[in-house]
Design a protein around this ligand. Sequence first.
Ligand SMILES: O=C(O)CCC(=O)C(=O)O
Length: 264
Amino acid sequence: MPASILTCPPPALSLTDREVFREQGFLVVRGMFAPAEMAMVSMEAERLLGQDHLKDTNNIRCRWQNHIETGECLFETFDPVADISPVCDRLARDPRLVDLLSTLYGEPAQLFKDKLIFKPPGAKGYDLHQDYIAWPNFPRTFVTAAVAIDPCGKENGATEVFPGYHHHGCLSPEDGDYHTLPPGTVVDSSGVFLELEPGDVAIFGCFVPHRSAPNRADGWRRLLYLSYNAASDGGDQRDAHYAEFHAWLKTKYAEYGKHETFFR
Ligand SMILES: O=C(O)CCC(=O)C(=O)O
């Protein structure tokens, strides 16, 4: 079978795409990864979901969310994922994706962070926030490429972005804490749902306010959230980021009386 049936050629970004990204703060690239590639990622996500020894509420690799109706604590995310998944690592470093981000930056892009969000049925979703967090070395060039494994729509809690607000920079106190944005920060009706098919990629910067509603569908809404920085903004700092992030998470958990946390 010719390779072109299994993979897609690198997408070409037009000047308009780059202008849209600059002005709106986000961009959707359709069909960057082929169905056969996404089928592999989907199988890999299923394999990872079966790794019960990792899914521990004390393991800071895992994120959890309550079921909106039953209150049950649901496993939601592996962060990071590339170090336990060669398939996800390969996709995060795929030249088609990295070159596209490099074009948007106008310089090489470096992988900074990698999450696999499963968003099971009933998971609550996220209140409005920006990804930028004012840690001393957190790159202001942080950009996320959300790669859809499953179709994402309003019913299963697609991410919703608010175009244009990134021009205002950080909308929360720059005190090193995670903040949600208060009601009234954005015009609710100006939100754009990132409605994606498997293999589509949505790219948005760390100052773009975004949120996601509960997953009210019967199936998972799985997305790879892969984040990058411009090389001139700290170079390769993935390991340093996770060291800082883990120390921060451990402190936060301890403040809530949880002292048995570990990273596995
Ligand atoms: O799952 C989503 O749609 C949003 C996740 C998100 O905003 C985040 O991980 O920062």
